[in-house]
Design a protein around this ligand. Structure first.
Ligand code: TYD
Length: 153
């Protein structure tokens, strides 16, 4: 099954939204195969947001992402990367559609609650950045057949 990286950002931690967000992913049928809390530092954030280091908002983004420990998750499911990005919504919470995580919980382009990988390839790169191989687990949820048709799994 496809995998993606989700980060519950400091805005999710400080606003006590962790349970609500994890609940959405699980109810959807995505399987949690890795999850831990960690404090991010400048080194890992410069790697993770390498495409943004020259932007004027980068120092503020750094501070925001280090304002509390985060929760990193590996989610698995069919077409997981696309499904999770749809559930996450547009980057700016004010533009994200209602029903998405950012659309329901964020009014900000920076304090936007979650990160989700934007491609299968980046998902694999990002998972390797935040998890050791042994921190991602292989198991089959008992009720998978009620989430998918036989030819989908
Ligand atoms: P980006 O990778 O463009 O978006 P996404 O998180 O939707 O994949 O940006 C990464 C993060 O940088 C974004 O979640 C919040 C922050 N950011 C800002 O603070 N201001 C901005 O104008 C942009 C584009 C991003």
């Amino acid at each position: 099954m496809e995998q993606t990286l989700v980060i519950l950002k400091p805005s999710a931690i400080h606003r006590a939204l962790v349970g609500k967000i994890i609940d959405r992913f699980q109810k959807k049928g995505l399987v949690i195969t890795g999850m831990k809390m960690m404090q991010l530092d400048e080194k890992i954030l410069r790697e993770h947001y390498a495409h943004l280091v020259e932007k004027p908002f980068f120092p503020s983004l750094l501070e925001s992402m280090m304002a509390a420990p985060v929760i990193v998750m590996c989610l698995e499911g069919k077409d997981c990367v696309e499904v999770v990005r749809m559930m996450t919504g547009a980057t700016n919470g004010r533009k994200a559609l209602p029903g998405t995580i950012r659309g329901d919980y964020s009014m900000s382009g920076q304090e936007n609650i979650v990160h989700a990988s934007d491609s299968i390839e980046n998902g694999q790169i990002e998972l390797a950045r935040f998890f050791k191989p042994e921190e991602i687990f292989k198991y089959t949820p008992s009720d998978l057949r009620f989430f998918y048709a036989p030819d989908e799994i």
